[in-house]
Write a protein that binds this ligand. Structure first.
Ligand code: ADP
Ligand code: MG
Length: 482
């Protein structure tokens, strides 16, 4: 392992305290006012601004002075918070080379103290095709409570929960190790994505195994929804491992049959093209009414006896709630008309691996730029304090939490709609009088922020371009600095 997370210490305790303060502020601020960061972090007089400058320099924060002087986390900042937490938990100690760039994630090797190598997936929601991002952005305008960091965290939590449940049910998936924020740690899969394989010793066996997985998933009440050669790993013994679960849905989903048929079709299509397999197909495959007579052996949705409640019962145990599921499904389903996983976009042309990857890379550049233009918005982490607090020293936990509460009550919130949408949970807990008081304080604070003196950092025009390639090289650079 050439990278050592030990060097995370090149960021001081104060750096992380301020970074955490921005994260906390993002619970209900798209851009966290500088004064609020200062108040939450509660560093010695003037200290926060110096630290903010340092964090900006390392591109861990983005400075925005369009409405008022404020900050938001960049994906890199979010990465650092997650990595630091996981390192502190002892999950791993070093970050290594990049294993893959998914459409909506970056995957790295990480090493544990005993030398075990695991895979770390950092979710990057919003990094889909340019058009999808645009429509998502339109969607986000209507629902300001959704944002990229929040969705990335949800995607990670969902992936972790599904991976764990699937593993427990004997599915060939990576072993889920841990999860924090937008980051999932799992076992490293030996082998390569099926898309890279030109030849198989036993194509029929592999095909049947893969199809068998789709059927067994449905029997357990689930559809992968992005089941294709990019998300199926295969090793030298032709052993299959299925990966990439954030888009999975229940068989009770309104479009379940369509998703199921699409997953099945992807497999048929790929094996037909790549391995010249021919299938005696029933042309009427979309209609599962005459399953018994389907001589093609193509599994049909209606022929499978499906379990129900798998999602609810098993996933809740990993902290992934029905509400989380609804949230992420709403976003994923409504926006693109298809499910989030867009790996299959590259499968139609029958291109081989290399070109797919290059295409994806170029695409990511503009995508990330676009996602960055959107801004990452507030995090809505209200009910998930634990992840935030774990990265602070024990004695700081209480302090920073208290400061945060103070900050929230007198917060410099400027987006009235988002207060209503995002803070419902919090505000419901307060009585009407308190709500009124907060509202009054808020208005006063907004006025103060607008008329107030600009901080030192606002005079510098920091710009975080956030393009994928720059981001990746940056994380690599940062990591190798550790
Ligand atoms: P995305 O959701 O962005 O498509 P994936 O989970 O499909 O991300 O991962 C992208 C790529 O990273 C995969 O095609 C694979 O090459 C690699 N990868 C993902 N998970 C693992 C793992 N556990 N072990 C080894 N490689 C992995
Ligand atoms: Mg994938």
């Amino acid at each position: 392992m050439k990278l050592d997370v030990d060097v995370l210490r090149y960021l001081s305790k104060d750096d992380f305290r301020v970074l955490t303060a921005v994260e906390m502020g993002m619970r209900n601020h798209e851009i966290v006012p500088a004064e609020l960061v200062d108040r939450i972090a509660s560093l010695k007089h003037g200290g926060t601004y110096k630290v903010l400058k340092n964090l900006l320099r390392h591109k861990l924060l983005h400075h925005d002075s369009s409405k008022y002087d404020g900050f938001r986390l960049t994906y890199l900042g979010y990465d650092f918070l997650a990595i630091k937490t996981l390192v502190k938990r002892g999950v791993f100690m070093a970050v290594g080379r990049q294993l893959g760039v998914g459409k909506e994630s970056d995957i790295f090797e990480v090493a544990c103290e005993d030398g075990t190598v695991l895979a770390m997936k950092l979710h990057r929601l919003g990094r889909t095709s340019f058009r999808a991002v645009k429509s998502k952005r339109d969607y986000l305008r209507h629902r300001s409570s959704y944002n990229w960091l929040y969705l990335s965290r949800l995607a990670a939590l969902k992936e972790f929960a599904f991976m764990k449940a699937l593993e427990e049910h004997g599915f060939p998936v990576p072993s889920a190790v841990d999860c924090n924020r937008h980051c999932v740690i799992m076992s490293l899969v030996q082998g390569y994505p099926l898309v890279q394989v030109k030849e198989l010793q036993n194509p029929e066996t592999v095909f049947n195994t893969i199809l068998g997985i789709v059927v067994r998933l449905a029997e357990h009440g689930l559809i992968h929804c992005d089941f294709n050669e990019f998300n199926i790993m295969i090793d030298d013994d032709e052993k299959i491992t299925m990966i990439d679960f954030p888009q999975m849905v229940s068989v009770s989903h309104q479009n379940a049959q369509m998703y199921f048929d699409r997953d099945v079709e992807c497999i048929f299509k790929f094996f037909r093209k790549r391995f010249n397999m021919s299938f005696q197909e029933n042309t009427d495959d979309a209609d599962g009414s005459d399953i018994e007579a389907d001589e093609s052996n193509r599994p049909t949705f209606s022929s499978i006896s499906k379990a129900s409640g798998f999602l609810d019962k098993e996933l809740a145990a990993s902290g992934f709630t029905r509400k989380d599921q609804d949230d992420i499904e709403k976003f994923i389903g409504d926006v693109t008309g298809k499910v989030i996983g867009s790996d299959d976009e590259g499968t139609d042309d029958g291109n081989d691996t290399g070109s797919d990857d290059e295409g994806a890379d170029n695409e990511h550049d503009s995508e990330s730029k676009e996602a960055d233009d959107i801004g990452v918005g507030s995090l809505r982490l209200v009910d998930k304090d634990e992840s935030t607090l774990k990265c602070n020293e024990e004695d700081e936990k209480v302090q920073i939490q208290q400061n945060c509460e103070i900050g929230q009550e007198s917060g410099l919130q400027t987006q009235e709609e988002s207060v209503e949408e995002e803070d419902n949970d919090t505000l419901n807990e307060h009585d009407a009088e308190l709500t009124k008081r907060i509202e009054k304080q808020r208005r006063r604070a907004v006025a103060a922020a607008r008329g107030g003196r600009k901080s030192l950092s606002s005079r510098n025009s920091y710009k975080d371009k956030g393009g994928k390639s720059s981001h990746n090289s940056k994380i690599q650079k940062q990591l190798s600095n550790w």
